[in-house]
Design a protein around this ligand. Structure first.
Ligand SMILES: NC(=O)c1ccc[n+]([C@@H]2O[C@H](COP(=O)([O-])OP(=O)(O)OC[C@H]3O[C@@H](n4cnc5c(N)ncnc54)[C@H](O)[C@@H]3O)[C@@H](O)[C@H]2O)c1
Length: 332
């Protein structure tokens, strides 16, 4: 949990959030502003939205740069006079990377490298970046522990693993402090339900609200460690402010340490949404083929984050889904 002295440190800090107009980035901006930090958001709206940052535009502590991390000059300008970087900008989605590996690589690898170079040159104190559970690839070990990974199963997974390799080398070669957060299926307010590459929770919520049948890939027994956004925000802020030097230059699973299968997930979603409209409980769930590259199960060990960062997840999936469905009901 974040202590008062960690909150004081945030209040006195300047933080650049790349991808700040996206789902996770906008939640990070919001919390940082709440703690009194000065926040700069860099985003090109590739998948993010103006409406995600609209509430912050009036705040004198919020600054926005519309720009692309594929441009080194933009990264250098954005990191100038900043203390910390939370690097969220990337093209997410495994299927997107399979359809267009070149653009995913340009943004997720070349853009990442630009941000590392800019952070090194502008003496950023800590560079905390969005890594991914996809780095576990074909490893079947459960729970996933940080130092046992398999072979990547998609171009996206390669880009996220390369991020970890580059971050490590930037620490070893130039002394830049980095921390990678391997996010596991994050969900919550402002996650985009639209588009071909929408994540399962917002997509199913929107379909259920429209009384359309969600389609589960496979028989519904595949499971994931679904992680509510508040836990992810906590991890990022702990990384920025921890005084434990041993915690730096590491990667951490960012999850809850529970797994839920797709059948259970759709049941919980229907149950939550039926409180607002009882007809939703009668929407039929359909099944399609398994998606290529999908692993059957994913479950994180969060012991390393608990031990080194004092991480204490506040929301299990049921708590998170309650808040998220409420938010979607009010905002979609
Ligand atoms: N959501 C998850 O479950 C999950 C899981 C693992 C890793 N991640 C990683 O977390 C990060 C944030 O993901 P998210 O779910 O908030 O996605 P998102 O698409 O909502 O946010 C990504 C943001 O990056 C911006 N962006 C993309 N390309 C850019 C570029 N070239 N220059 C500047 N900005 C650019 C987008 O406009 C968007 O606002 C990503 O790095 C993603 O790979 C997310």
């Amino acid at each position: 949990m974040i202590t008062d002295s960690q909150k004081d440190l945030l209040k006195a800090s300047k933080v650049l959030v790349t991808g700040g107009a996206g789902f996770i980035g906008s939640n990070l901006c919001e919390k940082l502003l709440e703690f009194g930090a000065e926040v700069t958001c860099l985003d090109n709206f590739a998948t993010g939205h103006k409406h995600n940052i609209e509430p912050f535009l009036e705040n004198p502590n919020f600054h926005f740069i519309e720009g692309d991390i594929r441009n080194l000059e933009t990264c250098i300008k954005a990191t100038k006079n900043q203390d910390f970087v939370l690097h969220e900008a990337a093209l997410g989605s495994v299927p997107r990377s399979i359809n267009d590996p070149i653009t995913s690589n340009d943004v997720n690898v070349s853009g990442f490298l630009n941000m590392l170079v800019a952070s090194r040159d502008n003496s950023i104190k800590r560079f905390v970046y969005a890594a991914s559970s996809s780095t576990y690839g074909d490893s079947e070990n459960l729970p996933k522990v940080e130092d046992v990974i398999g072979k990547p199963l998609s171009p996206y997974a390669i880009t996220k693993y390369v991020n970890e390799l580059y971050a490590n080398i930037f620490n070893k070669s130039y002394g830049l402090n980095t921390i990678g957060l391997r996010y596991f299926n994050v969900f919550g307010r402002r996650q985009d339900p639209n588009g071909a590459y929408a994540a399962v929770i917002p997509k199913f919520v929107m379909q259920l609200m429209r009384k359309e049948s969600p389609v589960i890939n496979g028989d519904g027994t595949y499971s994931r460690d679904f992680t509510y956004i508040d836990n992810v925000v906590q991890m990022n802020l702990l990384c920025l402010t921890t005084d434990n030097k041993q915690a730096l230059n590491e990667v951490y699973n960012t999850a809850v340490g529970d797994r839920t299968n797709l059948k259970e997930l759709t049941h919980l979603l229907k149950q939550n949404l039926a409180q607002y409209d009882s007809d939703i409980s009668r929407v039929e769930i359909k099944h399609g083929p398994n998606r290529p590259g999908d692993i059957p199960h994913s479950l994180a060990s969060v012991e390393k984050a608990k031990k080194l960062l004092n991480y204490n997840p506040t929301h299990r999936i049921e708590d998170g889904l309650k808040e998220a469905t409420h938010w979607y009901w009010d905002n979609l």
